[in-house]
Design a protein around this ligand. Structure first.
Ligand code: X2X
Length: 356
């Protein structure tokens, strides 16, 4: 009897120890969230919103720490996805451009002169293309949620207005070190220069490059690009979406209730971020959303284009003939990259675009 009791006691102790280990191991002390930019950008504000929502809704059990300014990948933004896959980074809110060296299908958004308006972008997000991309990321070991955005990327420079490919001749343009950007700028006769975001502002300051390309609300207004460049062309030459990605092992370590909370929080944070990145650039939806939700803290624009003009920028908007000249010059780039992203995805994309 005594022996039985002590065996039971030992069993109970083992079980108890096991349960406490499991529950202690269920959450890490801190989940590392990688962010390329800082909190003063829509992208960074989206990161903060995600952190806040998850912490609130899990009563502080899931603590996410944002590492702004690319701290986790020591300046090399094209390494972020590999680190996320391997678990050196738990989570990231990132631009698909930074991951496209590893996931070639993500170049679908960087096909030059392919998309012109938010109706097309929304058709992609809500259509088969968006689902295809999110599934693919999961297959590669990163559970992903869409869609926030950095925005349409627009070129700025310190030399002259750009309204034709000739204006780009010989211009040194800073780009993220991703191959499709080299192909595009080479096709346009410019000189693309790869520079990580962490050293880009210094590069603009010192005139190491003549120009750069980034979204207006996503990056150019937050960094006050007019301090370096006086000319901007709103050519919408490619699109830059943001996703929240979570290392698959980390994701699988959460119970289903926590997963539900994280998914909902990611989607809400990305929606908020998307509205910040479109404020004053869409049909008014974004500004209304932010006003209704009392979320105009970061900045508030009725008209961001008027705003940059008031800062002394010379703004070029292309006529359809001018746009077509850029589109024609970059036809070989689209032909080449259509093959790289794969015909299956390309056809899905065309179907989505037809539905806009
Ligand atoms: O490096 C850039 O240009 C940025 C901040 O837009 C990205 O991370 C893609």
């Amino acid at each position: 009897m005594k022996k039985k009791l002590s065996i039971l006691l030992v069993l109970a102790l083992v079980l108890f120890a096991h349960i406490s280990v499991v529950s202690a191991a269920q959450f890490k002390d801190e989940y590392k969230l990688s962010v390329v930019v800082g909190p003063g950008f829509p992208w960074g504000a989206g990161a903060e919103k995600f952190v806040e929502l998850v912490e609130d809704r899990t009563a502080g059990k899931v603590k996410i720490k944002p590492y702004f300014g690319g701290k986790l990948f020591a300046g090399k933004q094209t390494n972020e996805f590999a680190m996320l896959q391997q678990g050196q980074i738990d989570m990231a809110i990132s631009s698909t451009i930074n991951w496209s060296s590893q996931v070639k299908e993500l170049n679908v958004f960087s096909l030059p002169f392919m998309y012109q308006g938010y109706d097309e972008i929304d058709a992609i997000y809500n259509g088969k293309t968006g689902a295809y991309i999110l599934n693919l990321l999961e297959e590669k070991g990163v559970k992903a949620f869409g869609w926030g955005e950095n925005g349409f990327r627009e070129i700025t420079n310190s030399k002259r207005p750009i309204t034709s490919p000739d204006d780009l001749k010989g211009l040194r343009v800073r780009v993220v070190g991703t191959p499709i950007f080299f192909d595009t700028y080479n096709a346009l006769g410019a000189r693309p220069i790869s520079m990580p975001w962490g050293s880009a502002i210094n590069g603009f300051k010192q005139g190491v490059v003549d120009g750069q390309e980034n979204p207006l609300l996503g990056v150019e207004i937050p960094v006050e690009i007019w301090n370096y460049h006086s000319y901007i062309t709103l050519w919408h030459y490619l699109f830059d979406p943001l996703v929240i990605g979570i290392n698959k092992e980390v994701w699988d370590s959460f119970d289903s209730k926590t997963q539900e909370i994280i998914e909902k929080s990611a989607e809400e944070a990305l929606e908020y971020e998307q509205m910040l990145a479109r404020m004053g650039l869409d049909d008014g939806t974004a500004l209304n959303y932010l006003k209704e939700n009392n979320e105009e803290k970061l900045f508030s624009f009725e008209d961001p284009i008027k705003f940059i003009e008031s800062k002394g920028m010379n703004v070029s908007i292309l006529s359809s003939e001018q746009y077509q000249a850029f589109k024609d010059k970059t036809q070989p780039v689209r032909d080449k990259w259509r093959k790289i992203i794969g015909e299956e995805l390309y056809q899905i994309l065309l179907e989505d675009l037809e539905k806009k």
